[in-house]
Design a protein around this ligand. Structure first.
Ligand SMILES: *[C@@H]1O[C@H](CO)[C@@H](O)[C@H](O)[C@H]1NC(C)=O
Ligand SMILES: *[C@@H]1O[C@H](CO)[C@@H](O)[C@H](O)[C@H]1NC(C)=O
Ligand SMILES: *[C@@H]1O[C@H](CO)[C@@H](O)[C@H](O)[C@H]1NC(C)=O
Length: 209
């Protein structure tokens, strides 16, 4: 029966793929022509062969344009159709797949793509994530929510300037995983109430809360 043999073949193939994890929602950056131009064909091939592969298995061409440690080398230009627009305080539901768990810390953070600097504290943080010693992973390992911070005016308003990066490190496995969601913060102007000087201040720092 055709279906059976197809399923068997697919299972065999799945068995040979070393798969670890990535973000599936919102749509994160995927490898594409811009990544090929920045990081080289071998890097793109490694991610195409296993979209859940750790950074350690992706070899850059050494070009300064390529930083495998940021978004696993994936480029904004390959994800321009998927720029999310978020408002301060907005709750964003995220989903991950973890075909092969490896215990270690995880966080989702906003990263400045020019400097690779973290912009404020993580939006969510796990000291222990994807623990393969558990019979069943906690539901929040693959479905969780983050709350967008209030950012200083003008921050993360230009597409590509910031990413929301899912970062997970399998401590014993010594493997690092990254998925990057492109987003912009909605301009505060339009819907925001007029600023009252005496109001329990909206302090112009990068983050609140
Ligand atoms: C996540 O991995 C799956 C395959 O396991 C792939 O189909 C998907 O494109 C990947 N997504 C990202 C954002 O890497
Ligand atoms: C959180 O993620 C960032 C990368 O986005 C990483 O540099 C940092 O080490 C992580 N923090 C922890 C505690 O793992
Ligand atoms: C994830 O869920 C577990 C319970 O299953 C809970 O103990 C833990 O605090 C949650 N972690 C986060 C970061 O929400």
């Amino acid at each position: 029966m055709k279906i059976t043999s197809f399923t068997a073949a697919a299972a065999m193939l799945a068995g040979t793929v070393i798969a670890h994890g990535n973000i599936t929602n919102p749509q994160a950056r995927l490898p594409g022509p811009a990544m090929k131009a920045a990081c080289g064909a071998a890097a793109v091939q490694a991610v195409m062969a296993d979209p859940t592969t750790p950074l350690e298995d992706v070899t850059s061409n050494g070009s300064p344009k390529c930083n495998i440690g940021l978004c696993r080398g994936a480029q904004f230009q390959d994800n321009m159709a998927n720029v999310q627009t978020y408002a301060p305080g907005q709750v964003v539901a995220m989903k991950a797949i973890l075909p092969i768990p490896h215990e270690g810390p995880m966080n989702v953070s906003i990263v400045d793509t020019k400097t690779n600097a973290l912009m404020g504290p993580p939006l969510i943080e796990f000291a222990s994530y994807a623990d393969e010693n558990l019979a069943v992973l906690p539901a929040n390992n693959t479905a969780f929510k983050v709350t967008m911070p209030t950012m200083a005016s003008g921050m993360c308003t230009v597409p590509g300037a910031c990413v929301m990066q899912w970062f997970w490190k399998g401590t014993a496995a010594m493997q690092t995983y990254e998925s990057c969601v492109d987003f912009v913060m909605a301009p505060a102007g339009a819907a925001a109430p007029a600023r009252a000087p005496a109001a329990a201040a909206v302090v112009p720092v990068a983050f609140s809360g």
